[in-house]
Design a protein around this ligand. Structure first.
Ligand SMILES: [Zn+2]
Ligand SMILES: [Zn+2]
Length: 234
């Protein structure tokens, strides 16, 4: 797995029998993503799939440009498909001060796109040349998903953040995402983190910062269950 830090968000390149891209950065970093892919020698004809962990602007913003460059289908969970179509982030409820501060920077429209593949809770990337399990992990957005590879590496999108300032500091320390789509349902997010750990993830690759060791994510989960890790809406 290759992690590419696209300024504010990570893109992942998975090379198996074919090459699968997970997340695409913002629209503004699409050129950077394309240069990084070229730099890693990814040929246009080897990319079989562009999978979005969720359809927020910092993960789906570059999808249209990458789809054009690689002529590969973009896959997104059904519950986030409308956000991709509209090119907006849907409902973002900021959790805490830092999130409220960052909202005006990150809550931007992005180039809308009609997803080529819309899946429910059972997407198998095997036919695209990737052995991995897609796990529904809602909470940060309704259609967030995580990807678990056979070696125990998981790409988890924004169900957790790694560190602060986009991972510039303390990148291995988990913290709650900046936004939930439904504050009343924060238990949905906590359950999603638990689902990834229960599935056997040994290391969690996050959309921002990271990666997170299983032990660190487990400690976060224990704190969240006891109500400490996720501050109430301020
Ligand atoms: Zn997000
Ligand atoms: Zn994000």
């Amino acid at each position: 797995m290759i992690r590419v830090n696209l300024s504010i968000a990570n893109m992942y390149i998975l090379r198996g029998r074919r090459t699968v891209l997970v997340d695409t950065g913002t629209a503004g970093t699409a050129d950077r993503a394309l240069r990084a892919l070229a730099g890693h020698g990814v040929r246009p004809d080897e990319v079989s799939l562009i999978l979005l962990t969720h359809a927020h602007s910092d993960h789906a913003g570059g999808a249209r440009a990458l789809r054009e460059a690689f002529n590969a289908p973009v896959a997104v969970h059904r519950a986030d498909a409308d956000m991709a179509r509209r090119g907006d982030n849907g409902r973002l409820i900021p959790i805490g001060l830092e999130a409220r501060f960052s909202q005006r920077f990150v809550d931007r429209p992005f180039p809308p796109l009609e997803p080529d593949i819309i899946f429910d809770d059972d997407f198998d990337p095997g036919p695209f040349g990737l052995d991995a399990t897609v796990i529904p992990t809602p909470g940060h957005s309704p259609g967030s998903v995580s990807l678990l590879l056979p070696g125990g590496e998981a790409i988890v999108g924004d169900i957790l953040r790694g560190g602060i300032m986009g991972g510039a500091l303390l990148s291995g320390r988990p913290s709650a995402p900046y936004f939930l789509y439904d504050l009343a349902d924060r238990s949905v997010l906590v359950d999603s983190v638990r689902r990834v750990l229960d599935a056997g993830a040994t290391i969690l690759y996050t959309g921002h910062g990271g990666p997170l060791k299983r032990s660190a994510a487990g400690a976060w989960l224990a704190g969240a269950v006891s109500g400490q890790a996720m501050p109430a809406r301020s």
